[in-house]
Design a protein around this ligand. Structure first.
Ligand code: UDP
Length: 337
């Protein structure tokens, strides 16, 4: 297939691009590089051994998008492009609604005009809202606790409405749990542009000496050790989930499918810190800090639907995630050049 990957220069997008190429597909990337570095491109070409057309523009730009769809005969789209920082979304809600929803609408319009019917969308476990039943199953009601999360809830709804009007669409909503880790080469990985919001990149930056210590946000949750529990998923497993979903929707007649992509295993903040210390041999200094606004005690997937339908499940452990993150962080202490 010839596949358009929006946000293909970003963290999850870049890993997925490599796996799509490895599965024999042709890939074209659109990315505005608002949260990615140009040097990703060369590394992707080196690792894949092919040249990858990368178009640098905002997916919300419908004219440019239509031009690209005119020039290329896409079979499917994998849509990653979007803002993803929770705190920033609270401070700048209009940017988040405008960008995430606007880009998706433009993309859907261009797809419709060019009769491209297959779409894999990056959703998030954040759509299970403030008080989910754990482990989370796809049938739970959706809601959100911040504008970022609401953009995911709203885009899911847009897509559900769309397939009612256009039942020849084949759409996958992939609800990611907590993606971490890096490509085993150490050449591509997560490169936060500012102070990391997420636990794993923060821990990795402490380990490599860029930050003094970790703040553990709360130790009085009702969890194994009082710290927040999450379902960490290796970005390589997550990328494989996209390939599996793309193949599945090409072969089945269901208009819209929703799958959790998680491991089903919960890991606390302190358990992750311990695993990282073991993988790196570096002590991670930390202090207990107040709870972070909007955090929930535990978020763990029930990944059985994806396993049953896609034949997909995670292969990598938390130790693998830490080892690969550490390899990437050591090779690229300041991120991409
Ligand atoms: N966390 C933390 N310190 C940090 C960043 C995160 O203690 O500097 C905790 C956070 O409270 C949560 C877990 O680590 O319990 C995962 O947080 P992250 O932001 O990575 O993911 P999310 O909250 O989006 O699931």
């Amino acid at each position: 297939m010839k596949i358009l990957v929006t946000g293909g220069a970003g963290y999850i997008g870049s890993h997925t691009v490599l796996q799509l190429i490895a599965a024999g597909h042709q890939v074209v990337v659109v990315d505005d590089f608002s949260n990615a570095k140009a040097s990703v491109a060369g590394r992707l070409e080196e690792l894949s051994g092919t040249s990858i057309p990368i178009h640098s523009f905002d997916v919300a730009d419908l004219d440019k998008l239509n031009g690209l769809f005119d020039a290329e005969d896409f079979d499917a789209v994998v849509h990653f492009a979007g803002y993803k920082a929770v705190g920033e979304s609270v401070a700048n809600p209009l940017d988040y609604y405008g960008n995430n929803i606007g880009a998706t609408i433009s993309l859907l319009q261009a797809m419709d005009r060019h009769e491209v019917r297959h779409l894999v969308f990056s959703s998030s476990a954040t759509v299970y809202g403030a008080d989910p039943i754990v482990p989370m199953t796809e049938g739970l009601p959706t809601s959100a606790t911040n504008p970022y999360g609401w953009t995911k809830v709203m885009i899911e709804q847009v897509l559900r409405d769309l397939v009612v009007a256009q039942p020849d669409n084949r759409i996958a909503l992939l609800r990611y749990f907590n993606p971490v880790g890096a490509h085993p080469s150490g050449q591509i990985g997560e490169d936060p542009s500012a102070v990391p919001n997420n636990l794993m990149p923060f821990v990795a930056q402490v380990a490599v000496g860029r930050r003094d210590k970790l703040s553990v946000f709360g130790d009085d949750y009702d969890t194994v050790d009082g710290t927040g529990v999450r379902d960490y998923i290796h970005v390589e497993d997550l990328a494989a989930g996209h390939v599996a979903a793309l193949h599945w929707i090409a072969e089945h007649d269901r208009t819209i499918s929703t799958w959790n992509l998680g491991s089903g295993v919960g890991t606390s903040v302190l358990q992750l810190v311990n695993a990282f210390e073991k993988a790196s041999g570096v002590k991670i200094p930390y202090e207990i800090a107040p709870r972070r606004d909007g955090d929930i005690a535990a978020s763990v997937a029930d990944p059985s639907l994806a396993h049953r339908e896609l034949g997909w499940q995670t292969e990598k452990t938390v130790d693998d995630m830490c080892a690969d993150t550490w390899r990437w962080q050591q090779a690229n202490p300041q991120g991409y050049p």
